[in-house]
Design a protein around this ligand. Sequence first.
Ligand code: ADP
Ligand code: MG
Length: 142
Amino acid sequence: MKKIVTTSPKETAAVAKELAARLRGGEVVALYGNLGAGKTTFAQALAKALGVKKRVQSPTFILMQEYRLTKRGPLKMFLHVDAYRGDAAQASMIGLTEYLGRPDTVVLVEWAERIQELLPKKTITVRMEHRGGDRRTISVSG
Ligand code: ADP
Ligand code: MG
């Protein structure tokens, strides 16, 4: 496990970028952390590093949003999920499970605990904690 302290959104973005460089497709990235911990900041930076050109917003009201990738070879899609207002049953119903582990897709889930039972065993876990001011701790494992 890797534990990092960041002191700005930019530093958090750099951590996401580093993780993005490892992704080949088929991975699920589960983000945990309270409101304001930096999950969406992390998701936006990861998407950007994967080559997403569109603005990645929090998909809170639509639960998930897919973005097509053109510069990552066999990795063709980034799926951004915000499970805050959802649960496993709802996520399954709208088809999330069909994306999990798909070799052409990276799935990132904010509020991953809401759909914990759906996540594959080898999910990459990112825990984010607000430490006051602009400080955040980020632990990446898997
Ligand atoms: P979440 O999705 O977890 O609710 P957001 O990424 O939407 O969090 O919001 C995090 C907020 O905290 C943003 O306004 C961001 O600018 C601010 N912020 C301050 N310091 C940091 C940091 N070190 N890492 C990430 N975000 C930070
Ligand atoms: Mg968010």
